[in-house]
Design a protein around this ligand. Structure first.
Ligand SMILES: [Fe+2]
Length: 371
């Protein structure tokens, strides 16, 4: 029996998390330890069936798929099922230039609890292990803010120790959680600055300091001045520069847009991708050849980081969830029980937080530039 709510319930949330050129990964959760969960993939030459028993939450991964191909996956538990569709990504036309691992809103904390489903107590373990994992294939780690949870010395000390254990450059711009309790000074000291601008392989990388929600600062004007509108651009900011239509919170976007019309108008003319932290719900804005996306965080469902593969004419995104769904499911249920973080049109906060994971955190973002 199929119904609109199966797989979209408080106790059963099933959704595709990762799609690549040749693989798909979905997550599930349900209530029966001993109830088999069956996933049947169709669309390839012949159906592929996987079954798991003994989990309250888990993942199915289908590999060796054909690029640029439509598939369907049917997930069944007892006599109920949900069907989800996806399309594998096309193969890139060019050689990859470099790779960035995007760790936004790590909210590194020394707290030992995990209230409202926020995984503070596991944050140091998650950041350390996953930054080290990402560094095995990435050229840079970049964090668009809220690296620390409360601007505290102990949090920055933990972050510093993790950064030292990673053998690739780690860059970041501040978020509102970094700059409280004197954290702004510590942040600037740790990351040498609160903005950055450099080029790699003819790609511009620019970090803006919107940690206090404001863009109109000399340091940001200096960076925007350096940006050329005829070259690919990767931009990093904690607050949104342009308001999206999915996240309802008023504090998602910079507070001083009216003072920054000149800078924002210039950014609209660029060929780029802006990677935004703060709200950590998959959302997107497209203006001409400029795309802005909101990034995931490591410590809140759907918890993970993004891998960004950089090509001259496009950017490829892939969501890497934290290992396993057990912590993620705890975070999901805690979020459902909390009063905050939802959308008025969503019955469940899981829908608000996870609705566009498959689409905005996995895919190809064209920048309008072709060799
Ligand atoms: Fe934030």
């Amino acid at each position: 029996m199929s119904s609109d709510i199966f797989g979209r319930r408080l106790d059963c949330w099933i959704n595709i998390q990762q799609v690549t050129t040749n693989s798909m990964m979905l997550r599930y959760s349900h209530t029966g330890w001993s109830t088999p969960v069956v996933a049947e993939l169709t669309g390839g030459s012949e159906p592929v069936v996987q079954e798991q028993t003994g989990n309250l939450a888990g993942r199915f991964i289908f590999e060796e798929l054909t690029p640029d191909t439509e598939y369907k996956v049917k997930v069944s538990i007892k006599d109920e099922f949900i069907e989800l569709a996806f399309r594998t990504l096309p193969l890139p036309r060019q050689e990859r230039l470099f790779r960035i691992a995007l760790f936004s809103d790590t909210h590194l904390s020394t707290r030992t609890n995990a209230c409202h489903g926020r995984l503070h107590s596991d944050s140091i373990m998650l950041v350390r292990s996953l930054m080290q994992q990402a560094a095995m294939t990435a050229d840079y780690i970049i964090g668009p803010g809220d690296m620390a949870d409360g601007g505290k010395e102990a949090e920055f000390a933990a972050l510093e120790s993790i950064i030292k254990s990673v053998n690739i450059p780690v860059l970041a711009v501040p978020g509102n959680h970094d700059v409280v309790h004197g954290g702004d000074v510590r942040f600037a000291d740790l990351f040498k600055n609160t903005t950055f601008f450099f080029e790699r392989d003819n790609i511009q990388l620019a970090g803006l300091d919107t940690g206090n929600g404001r863009l109109n600062k000399p340091c940001n004007r200096e960076v925007v001045e350096l940006i050329k509108t005829d070259k690919p651009l990767l931009l990093f900011s904690h607050f949104q520069l342009f308001a999206d239509e999915w996240i309802p919170d008023a504090d998602k976007v910079i507070f001083d847009s009216d003072e920054c019309v000149d800078m924002l108008e210039k950014l609209k003319l660029t060929h780029g991708l802006a990677c935004i932290g703060h709200k950590n719900v998959a959302a997107q804005v497209k203006i001409n050849d400029f795309t802005q996306i909101n990034l995931p965080q490591l410590t809140h469902f759907p918890a993970g980081y993004l891998v960004l593969d950089v090509y001259y004419d496009e950017f490829r995104l892939c969501f890497e969830p934290i290992p396993g769904e057990i912590l993620n499911e705890y975070s999901r249920l805690g979020t459902e029980a909390a009063r905050y973080h939802s959308h008025p049109a969503c019955k469940f906060k899981s829908e608000y937080r996870d609705k566009y994971t498959q689409f905005y955190w996995n895919g190809v973002v064209k920048n309008g530039l072709y060799l």
